[in-house]
Design a protein around this ligand. Structure first.
Ligand code: SAH
Length: 242
């Protein structure tokens, strides 16, 4: 009886006071989790935060973000809440706003060849693929690379190529790239990545390793790099392979 009462009170209070992220979390734990509703709420929030590119918003409303979170981490935090979610190995799937912001800034066009450094869960790679890019993604933790490869294929993004390796080397076989997105933070701009960028190509990366970081947008023009500083951010450091 006591249990029923507590449950009732929680239900009533949740309807009245719980913030939407907590509601999402509870929804996440339900058997019939309505991912479409959660995804629509996430996209609506991205709009209010100022994301305008309808292609990015559409891509993010189409992709089943919760599928990219390994089973054992699912439901710990709301998959569609505006925060990073743990994916194991001390890594996270980036916060939806950052994914949307970086993707919008990169202005990816269908058919472009895009390199991602830091595959993690594979979610950002799926967003780029949904925009019609040919995506190459490098992840230094082999188990995460495997997980991402499997989820991407299962979700219909089998054209995304995932390499388990050190992103500092880039992926010379498939270079030059129209665009490069780095989702872990190096101390300095990796020269190999600059070399693998096409003339006119764009690169977005968080710069600053484990210290203060800022998003930086680079463009290659006549062989030279133009650099624009953007938002302060917080990413995991880009580690050096052995
Ligand atoms: N883009 C991911 C989130 C990235 S988290 C997503 O959508 O889920 C950052 C990832 O960068 C981690 O998985 C980490 O292992 C990876 N990483 C760190 N240093 C790296 C390096 N030198 N090369 C490739 N990946 C690296």
């Amino acid at each position: 009886m006591k249990k029923v009462m507590v449950y009732f009170i929680v239900c009533v209070l949740s309807g009245l006071f719980l913030p939407s992220c907590l509601e999402n979390q509870m929804a996440d734990n339900k058997r019939n989790f309505d991912w479409g509703k959660n995804s629509a709420a996430m996209v609506q929030q991205l709009r209010t935060y100022g994301i305008k590119d309808v292609r990015v918003l559409k891509a993010m409303s189409t992709i089943r973000r919760h599928k990219f979170i390994p089973e054992e981490y699912l439901g710990l935090v709301a998959s569609y809440g505006d925060h990073p979610c743990p994916i194991g190995y001390n890594q996270t799937i980036s916060q939806p706003y950052i994914v949307a912001y970086m993707t919008e800034k990169l202005n990816v066009q269908p058919g472009e060849r895009v390199l991602e450094i830091g595959t993690g869960s594979g979610y950002q790679a799926a967003v780029l693929a949904e925009l019609g890019a040919q995506v190459y993604s490098i992840e230094i933790i082999p188990e995460l690379a495997d997980h991402a490869r499997k989820v991407l294929a299962a979700e219909g993004y089998e054209r995304v190529k995932v390499l388990a390796g050190d992103g500092y080397k880039g992926w010379p076989e498939y270079s030059p790239f129209d665009a490069i997105i780095v989702t872990c933070a190096p101390e300095d701009i990796p020269q190999n990545l600059v070399n693998q960028l096409k003339e006119g190509g764009r690169m977005i990366l968080p710069l600053g390793g484990s210290g203060r970081q800022r998003l930086v947008i680079l463009q290659k023009k006549e062989g030279r790099i133009q650099k624009t500083d953007d938002l302060p951010v917080r990413f995991v450091p880009m580690v050096h392979g052995s």
